[in-house]
Design a binder for this molecule. Sequence first.
Ligand SMILES: Nc1nc2c(c(=O)[nH]1)N[C@H]1C(S)=C(S)[C@@H](COP(=O)(O)O)O[C@H]1N2
Ligand SMILES: [Mo]
Length: 302
Amino acid sequence: MKKFKYSEVTPENIYKKRRSFVKSLSFGLGSLSISSLSLINNAFANTEGNKPTSFEDITTYNNYYEFGTGKSDPYLKSQNFKTKPWTVKIEGEIEKPLELSIEEILSSFPSEERILKLRCVEGWSMVIPWMGFSLSKLIEKVELKPSAKFVEFETVYDPEQMIGQRRPILNWPYIEGLRIDEAMHPLTTVVTGLYQKELPKQNGAPLRIFIPWKYGFKSAKAIVKIKFVKKMPNTAWMNASPREYGFYSNVNPNVNHPRWSQSTERPINGDIFAPRIKTLMFNGYGDEVAHLYTGMDLKKYF
Ligand SMILES: Nc1nc2c(c(=O)[nH]1)N[C@H]1C(S)=C(S)[C@@H](COP(=O)(O)O)O[C@H]1N2
Ligand SMILES: [Mo]
């Protein structure tokens, strides 16, 4: 098997040596508390293989149905998508409803590098050096009312620009959601970039959410609204097929998709002959997140 070298997977030799790579990681974590610092480091250690997927694979093999259902459609068809100006509405069960421009978000909440694994419900995975910050930082600013039990993320609706939205592939706009304690977990990341660059359009520019212990579809792209609500949101995928896609969608090798097994996954690493690896409970982040589900039957709440 081919030996991995950081210099091979980086677009511009950002990581010349593993040492400087590790340094930039700990530098990026400077704004976190001690407890969340060890949390992110543990999460990183848990990622199987923990080798970042190449910039090329991360940006050319995507799911983003607003631009088509093929894996290369997002890369091919999103390049003219306008991400400026961009505002995000934050509303619902909060004391301080807000509308923030992307510039205000970027300057108020410093991004740091977080190397986290994405496990798609279809059975492939990537390790992605995201740039971003904990959603909890933003939630602290808007002051939740006790009635806020869930949060809903809404992707922009713009069929002029998003050709996939001209057909009813999903019930547009794309909606996803989390329980409040999941949203407050420090691993729930507002993503602003990857590989220390601006977020590419195909990966959800200018802003997307990323929840590393859940199947990839929970991580909605191109978000224009974050709404705090009393009841569990009805998400785009639950609408499309409630039998196949539950609200929680925690990565779980013991609960199969009705049409295929979830026990293994194919790391996207440029080697089509690479063996599949075992899928880990909560995508390997169980130490950090299992407590959120104590006492819950995860077969029932899939
Ligand atoms: N708005 C929107 N967000 C989306 C999707 C989508 O189709 N539309 N696809 C999801 C799925 S299925 C996955 S696996 C991830 C893929 O993220 P990536 O392309 O950055 O790897 O985005 C998720 N977010
Ligand atoms: Mo996915």
